[in-house]
Design a binder for this molecule. Sequence first.
Ligand code: PLP
Length: 401
Amino acid sequence: MINKSQFPILNQTINGKPLVYLDNAATTQKPQLVIDAICNYYQTINANVHRGVHQLSEQATQAYEGARHKVAKFIHAYSDKECIFTRGTTESINLVADAFVLPRLKAGDEVLITHLEHHSNIVPWQLACQKAGATLKAAAINQKGEVELESFKNLISEKTKFIALNHVSNALGTINPVKEMIAIAKSHDIPVLIDGAQATPHVAIDVQDLGCDFYAFSGHKMYGLTGIGVLWGKAALLENMRPYQGGGDLILHVSIESSQFAPLPNKFEAGTPNIAGSIGLGAAIDSLLQVGYETINKIENELLNYATECFQALPGFTIIGTAEHKSSVLSFVHQHIHPHDLGTILDAEGVAVRSGHHCAMPVMDFFDVPATTRASFSYYNTREDIDALMNGLQKALEVFN
Ligand code: PLP
């Protein structure tokens, strides 16, 4: 069983206190398994992929394509070629906005998102809408931080050309009913992208069962490296899209006048890819599956329930985001203490949390707060970590009293 002891970085002190890492929604720490996979790649088979006939290049290509195969199985893609390696969720969403949505968008059309999105799933649509003269609409949320399904349904019309939804909210932890929302979109024949950045570490993904058209996620949120992510898309759609970037690796033939593009997935992977990152992502998938989502959910739900319960004893605090279906995020504010002060006091206690708008300013605006403090849990966290968080918050109360 993979646990805290297999994450070398967690075995250290910060400000003289044992590190308690509760910033997992920003990025997760890496198990030895992932670190070893990357070291092994650089120590034994480092070479560029797809081009060489020498042995190292063949081995590197095999490892790179092997990682793609793991990704495809992990999300239940129809085939490996539907899984495009990108720099992360942000690039995956921009790819779809630029290469799929923009060429199909006309003045007067609409793109629909929700009020719960990360900026990565807002700004690319704003840019596409601005270029096309289209309008971006957002479904409302309620006081618990859940998307109002009636608002979502009411905003769909014949003008709606694309829908992009987050699976799990990074700011509040809300798990959205994406399968139901995709079914609603599909009843209107509207293509849907799911931003799965916060879902893959906590929720088993089956893109076939979900019924979406595109699914985007990042390696570093799920125990892999930064700078690597995936765009999954239905082959029929990807095949009809123009390349997102030009360069080497994505072509069959180039003359000065024109180029003939390679088949999927290479058409969307211009230039030398992040080979080590892809291999690391494959190892991160291995590590997640080794623990298993059942165990992950059990541990993380217990931690969330325990932390939520402990919070009741702390005066002056309010939890922001109390959705019925929630993953392991606890966002909170205090009536007098600024979130950044809370973050600084916790840091002095060795507790790493995030204070800010979490790249979800519309969520902050809705709750009328400039920022929250966010503790986000992983399966490697323990009840003792929650106790350290609570002790740190008690200290903050003492300091500010
Ligand atoms: N979407 C959500 C819900 C996120 O939480 C994040 C990152 O925090 C992103 C998108 C962007 O991910 P990345 O920065 O890895 O591209």
